[in-house]
Design a protein around this ligand. Structure first.
Ligand code: PLP
Length: 386
């Protein structure tokens, strides 16, 4: 039976070249990047090379890149770090209802600390409107945080316009680009971005390492205290092997980005057309075109998403439901609910997420298997109509 991995928004396979680049840093190049001796300098140089690569990919400078433990920490550092450092200027934050929990739960925490947060609604296709951002802005607004693209339904947000609005009102703009990075062009300068989160394990790098871009001159406070690494913003001995892995993953990803994106888009289109044509009462979640090249997210009437994931798993195909990739939560996805999808329909969702390592043969196999999987589940479903 073929083994097909279509859950690349949850995590990706580490590129063998990334593993190869990382290995020496567990072994002969094991130094602490803060040490003065040759072992330390070797680690430091490798880390700075990775910083240059990440900075270049975002049109930033090396000084503006802070290495972290991943997307969750980058989001926390951005939002808490800005909120606490700028509370003399205002206490209002704007975000969207469909952010990752790393953003939403950080905002909830800040509400408990006296900040006020506006959670912007989205259209039925999962898009934040520029008008809504404008209307929510107040003199107290210090930060707008809207993700570049959604992790469940893949919708791409108008970040450049949102960044410009934030700046018009003298607020800072943070974007969670964990899913969007290397899948669409992002330029922190042109896109008016002050802070941007990325994570290595979504781009064929290792887990537990990421970065936060912080525009030069931005007033920000750390969320952890210690030895003052990473310009005082992120204390702790640097994860040199992980950082080298992140740098290599970015280098490889950037090298073939245009071709990879086009191929993933073609596979995504085949999946979307194939599913919608072959399976009655199936719908696409999110926007038909303003979506990441690697994301297709469906809902199927009278089917439980989890049951479908298990049914496909029996055929060797790994997918996920519409709900968060990080938890075993059975609540319907907050993203789908925010799009106005009824809870019973939101429960019948399936996310298919691709990477450059997938093939058209795998897509064809998936399209052969999925109609029967849905039919089988519908036969045993106690619900036959809404
Ligand atoms: N933000 C988004 C949009 C994500 O998809 C994820 C991971 O699923 C995260 C943040 C968290 O990233 P990490 O797993 O590196 O903490």
């Amino acid at each position: 039976m073929p083994k097909v991995y279509f859950d690349n928004s949850a995590t990706t396979r580490v590129d063998p070249k990334v593993v190869e680049a990382m290995l020496p840093f567990f072994d002969e190049k094991f130094g602490n990047a803060s040490s003065l001796h040759s072992f330390g300098r070797e680690a430091q140089e490798a880390m700075e090379e990775a910083r240059r690569i990440v900075a270049k990919a975002l049109n930033a400078t090396s000084r503006e890149i802070i290495f972290t433990s991943g997307g969750t920490e980058s989001d926390n550092l951005a939002i808490q770090g800005i909120a606490f450092a700028n509370k003399d200027r205002g206490n209002h934050i704007i975000t969207s209802a469909i952010e990752h929990h790393a953003v939403l739960h950080t905002c909830r925490f800040l509400e408990s600390q006296g900040f006020s947060v506006t959670y912007l609604p989205v259209s039925s296709e999962g898009i934040v409107s520029e008008e809504a951002v404008k209307e929510a802005m107040t003199r107290q607004t210090i930060l707008v945080s809207v993700m570049a693209a959604n992790n469940e339904i893949g919708t791409i947000q108008p970040i450049r316009a949102i960044g410009e609005i934030a700046h018009d009102y003298k607020a800072l703009f943070h974007t969670d680009a964990v899913q969007a990075f290397l899948k669409m062009p992002i330029d922190v300068f042109k896109d008016s971005i002050d802070l941007l989160s990325i994570s290595a394990h979504k781009i064929h790098g290792p887990k537990g390492v990421g970065a936060l871009y912080v525009r030069n001159g931005t007033k920000i406070r750390p969320i952890m205290y210690g030895g003052g690494h990473e310009r005082g913003l992120r204390s702790s001995t640097e994860n040199v092997s992980g950082i080298v892995g992140l740098g290599k993953a970015v280098e490889i990803g950037r090298g073939n980005m245009i071709e990879d994106v086009e191929r993933m888009k073609a596979m995504r289109e085949r999946i979307i057309d194939g599913v919608l044509h072959r399976i009655p009462d199936s719908y696409l979640n999110g926007h038909r075109y303003k979506r990441l090249c690697n994301n297709a997210n469906f809902r199927f009437d009278f089917v439980e998403g989890e049951a479908l994931v298990l049914q496909l798993d029996m055929k060797g195909i790994a997918t996920s439901t519409g709900s968060a990739c990080s938890t075993k939560d059975l609540e319907p996805s907050h993203v789908l609910l925010a799009c106005g999808i009824r809870p019973e329909q939101a429960r019948g969702s399936l996310r298919v997420s691709l990477s450059r390592m997938n093939t058209f043969e795998e897509v064809n196999y998936f399209l052969d298997v999925i109609p029967d999987a849905v039919t089988t589940l519908r036969k045993i479903s106690p619900i036959k109509s809404w």
